[in-house]
Design a protein around this ligand. Structure first.
Ligand code: NAG
Length: 506
């Protein structure tokens, strides 16, 4: 604790300017990054029945017969979930993009996908083609997949070490902001009416244009410039701009140490990580934590919320306002977690988040199963929904995205994000398609599997996740090496290099 206080006072002369440029970067990257993910996730809910009617009418127009309601549902679920397939695709191309174009330029190029997506959906009604909505969602997903991976990489690499977590974690508040704003714009009074759904679904072009207007003026990630490109001059310029001071030699030196410790010339490929003993536990961590983020059922809460609110006796025309509270909860918690992450650390937030989610899943299950017998139980279920989403916001929502930045080195980082992103998106697809069947099969016990995932995640974090707060990458890989080479005196060069750099520091 004392340590942190010292660091704060050390930096006061230039911290004001440093904060400013970093805040611009956080905003410019955020509005075109995870904001888009949250926004698409929530805007698709409002026009559900209108688009189903549209599918039916289009079919009737084309083939002269109306569509069976089952088939309408299947086409509709496909429109919803093709977004995750796009996300998966985006996660796969994000790694090569980040290496090829750099972090900043990739985020800029990424807006092309949104522009294609918005153009398709706005024309779909006129063109009487629901296929165009599908393709639009696919492109929207690609954008989110790319943004979700590159945004934390860009921010984590640009921030000074003691703000690295908070900067990269800003992905989560922007996703939450997107969810909430999407819910607001999707209200019937705004763009949620039958006539305006093409405008609602194409309104994501506005944040894309905002990003295109702001991000070009900000510097590229200095670590990318130095370690990937070997461009010392540009790196120095970017760092000076970011830190608002010329006193950056210490940080440059630390980066050069990392560059020296990287034994391969080029960025690693995902499959190479699976064969590399030195990153075994880092890889296991990313796999477990990324899968748990979706399998914990947080997003299903959003789908389930309207049913629970209805059971609690809220009139159906008022439900849309209560749904806003769910988005508000996630935003509130994501911002709070951001304020505390550099003090409390990543490990504690994750542990707290998953433990509390387990507890709420249990109470939710009890409340759901007693709701016909005890009159106030439906309100308890409502409380559980808010509490579950709040607990998710404490840790899992944000920390999951920053871990690959913190535990993998520059050469392995894009590949690690590819693996993490693929898992997050495939699991979102699995949950999106599977949740209706889980509800059908388990009824009021539908949150039991999610509770089990939460407790397993909490146990994993407790035993295997080292704290990464305020540590340099070499120190973190040192800690992981104790897991990777448990009890072995290793001949591994990477390990020795890590040890060497630590000892030169002392
Ligand atoms: C589809 O359209 C037909 C004809 O207008 C209508 O009878 C039917 O109820 C519609 N089905 C659904 C699920 O809306």
């Amino acid at each position: 604790m004392e340590d942190i206080e010292d660091n704060w006072t050390d930096d006061i002369p230039n911290s004001e300017f440093q904060g400013k440029i970093l805040i611009f970067i956080i905003f410019a990257a955020g509005i075109g990054g995870t904001f888009q993910y949250g926004y698409s996730l929530s805007t698709i809910n409002a026009p559900t029945t209108y688009i189903q009617t549209f599918i039916n009418e289009t079919w009737l127009e084309r083939w002269g017969t109306p569509l069976e309601s089952n088939l309408i549902l299947i086409i509709w679920s496909f429109i919803v979930s093709i977004y995750s397939l796009g996300g998966l695709l985006g996660a796969l191309i994000a790694g090569p993009m980040a290496v090829q174009f750099g972090r900043k330029k990739s985020l800029l190029v990424n807006n092309v996908f949104i522009i294609i997506s918005a153009s398709l959906v706005i024309m779909s009604k006129e063109a009487q083609s629901f296929e165009m909505i599908m393709i639009s969602r696919l492109f929207g997903g690609i954008n989110a997949g790319v943004g979700m991976n590159i945004q934390p990489m860009y921010l984590g690499e640009s921030a000074p070490m003691k703000l690295r977590g908070a900067a990269a974690l800003s992905s989560a508040p922007f996703a939450a902001l997107g969810i909430l704003l999407g819910q607001i714009i999707g209200l019937r009074e705004i763009l949620g009416s039958e006539a305006s759904w093409p405008f609602l679904l194409s309104s994501n072009v506005i944040p894309a244009l905002l990003q295109l207007a702001t991000l070009p003026w900000l510097p590229e990630s200095p670590r990318y410039l130095l370690i990937d490109k070997g461009d010392k001059h540009s790196c120095r310029k970017a760092l000076q701009m970011l830190r608002g001071t010329n006193d950056i030699d210490k940080e440059m030196e630390e980066m050069q140490q990392e560059q020296a410790a990287i034994t391969v010339e080029r960025a690693k490929r995902p499959w190479e990580l699976f064969r590399d003993r030195t990153v075994r536990y880092q890889l296991i961590t990313v796999i477990v934590i990324s899968s748990a983020m979706q399998l914990c059922g947080n997003d299903s809460m959003y789908f389930y919320a309207s049913y629970v609110f209805q059971e609690a006796g809220i009139p159906s025309d008022k439900i849309q306002y209560y749904i806003l509270i769910t988005g508000g909860c996630e935003l509130l918690m994501a911002v709070t977690a951001n304020l505390f992450i550099e003090r409390l650390g990543r490990r504690l937030l994750m542990l707290l988040g998953y433990t509390m989610m387990t507890v709420w899943a249990v109470i939710f299950t009890v409340a759901l199963s007693l709701q016909d017998k005890v009159s106030w139980m439906p309100y308890m279920s409502m409380v559980c929904i808010f509490a579950y989403i709040l607990s998710f916001g404490i840790g899992p929502a944000g920390v999951t995205g920053i871990l690959p930045t913190e535990i993998f080195d520059q050469a392995a980082r894009p590949a690690a994000y590819m693996i993490s992103g693929s898992l997050i998106w495939s699991m979102l697809f699995v949950i999106g398609m599977g949740f209706p069947f889980i509800v059908g099969g388990l009824g009021v016990f539908c949150y039991v599997p999610f509770g089990i995932v939460c407790i397993l995640a909490a146990v994993f974090v407790a035993f295997f996740l080292p704290e990464t707060k305020g540590k340099s990458l070499l120190e973190i890989s040192q800690e992981y090496n104790e897991l990777n080479f448990k009890g072995k005196k290793s001949q591994n060069t990477h390990y020795q290099l890590g040890e060497m750099s630590i000892s030169t520091k002392l």
